[in-house]
Write a protein that binds this ligand. Sequence first.
Ligand code: FES
Length: 139
Amino acid sequence: MNDWKVICRVEDIPVLGARRVARPRGMDVAVFRNDQDQVFALLDRCPHKGGPLSQGIVFGTSVACPLHNWTIGLDDGCAKGPDEGCTTRFACKVQDGQVLLDPVELATLATDVEPPRAGPCAGGGALGDASHDVQAPHG
Ligand code: FES
């Protein structure tokens, strides 16, 4: 059993939005909150063309990718049919109002997956601090 790493408080994540968690290696992890205060964690990379899922709109237990509107399941990271493909899911739990992730998974899962090299997703990534917020777009 691994120790869990405290990431933030649930209320630090915008309702129906996400917060990105930077990692020493690999792309950010997006931690989502829905309107039931359920929290989920996925690699911040759409299985279609790498769109930033942290900037998508959360509804129910899914997120709509901001690039081409694929629907990705927050509980499994997989695209809803007819689309196909999955992004990496990270273990996540809430304890006493705090969001926790598994530090071993943060250090080892999908560290070789690269961000898109061109287009609207290029140039994203860590800002240097441990974590940073991203607001879901409006409208
Ligand atoms: S990159 Fe997410 S739907 Fe195309």
